[in-house]
Design a protein around this ligand. Sequence first.
Ligand SMILES: [Zn+2]
Length: 460
Amino acid sequence: MLRVPSHGECEILRAQDIVVADGVIEEVRPTGTLGATGTPGPLGASGPLDVSGPTGPSGAGHAVDVIDGRGLLAVPGLVNAHTHSPMVLMRGAAEDVTVEGWFNDRVWPMESNLTPADVRIGARLACAEMIRSGVTTFADHYFFPEQIAEAVAETGLRADIAPTYFSSRGEEALADTVKFAEAWHGRADGRVTVSLGPHAPYTVDDGDLRTLAGHARRLGLRMHIHAAEHLEQTQSSLERRGVTPIRVLHETGVLDAGALIAHGCGIVEQDLPLLAEYAGTTAVACCPKVYLKHALSPLTPVRDLLATGVTVAVGTDGAAGHNTLDVWEALRLVALTQKQAVRDATWMTVSDTLRLAMRGGARALGLQREIGALEPGMRADIVLTDLSGLHCRPLHDPRAALVYSARASDVRTVVVDGRVLMRDGRLLTVDEPALLAEADTRVARILDTSHGGAVQHYDP
Ligand SMILES: [Zn+2]
């Protein structure tokens, strides 16, 4: 089992049993010692145990499910801290373009074609891909959020969903995002939480940012927003309005409400003291593959952010940019690009990288007491990985294998909230062939941008 402490080295604990009851990790203890407390049931197998049932392992008439994890490594479920899940429908449809071209010629015109039914299919396919990759929680930001919430409820994943809002959509759309939050926050046995999702300071005016931040404070929600995505945006904001995008978030109360900031590659030195004031409730999601693809530099200033106490988490962004929802790939790129960015091979160690993708992700979503580690009292979000493949052998250090060798396809079994969503490679809550067939009937219409419309125009 992978132990991910809040600080210091991650550890591999061998031959452990993980006891789960009512969706919560009740106990982690050496294999074969469970009988000592008088706990009944078939608990002698080595490796993780998923024990579920209405009364838990010590009650009468309970159902006990034992997963034999011998030869597998149990790790905390990965958190995808920034994505737009339904964009899997546009995977590979916006390549070799500038940031402006990506938004204005490809993605925002395609998004004007989307119907709620498209989002429904896209979100379910994304959930299937994430379960297969060992992602147990994701922070989503998109249109038709009810469809995504239903996909999450149905597939058994955990997600924080922010309904995307542009000021160009008007007051009624703003009211709808608040209604969605009131209706869905805490639903699906607490697996669905909601953040408010103004798209960015360049697409949402200060008045709307202030209004949404006010609603977030009133409802006890967080904000999820793109800001300072790259340095040119920060420079443009300074030229047009004399302040950085991060200062806009401060002045409009977004930071005060608690914010998950996507990207932050354009966070500059003058922003750091401001972010430090809100360090306990601010997080930045780093999604390096899309920065590399769009030839952006610099990258998220992870070292500076961590030094100010801001949480850093790992995201993929949508598949129209990242092409996968594979957080193993994303965390590997965080380690590689951050080492190169500060020209220090000894930092962003394997332990620190794993911590960002697990505890960092949990904290970014305000779920640090529930997920991010395999410890008693945490929700049972457990991923069993098989590191026996040639690309991981000989297995000198499983932590290094997880960061630098493992593939999404090494994930064998996934448990979320104590429920098994994938068992030995078989998805239990998603009908993949049916979804793919349904998606195939929709993609040609979604990709057709001959109408010349778009959901928004990019001019930060
Ligand atoms: Zn994004």
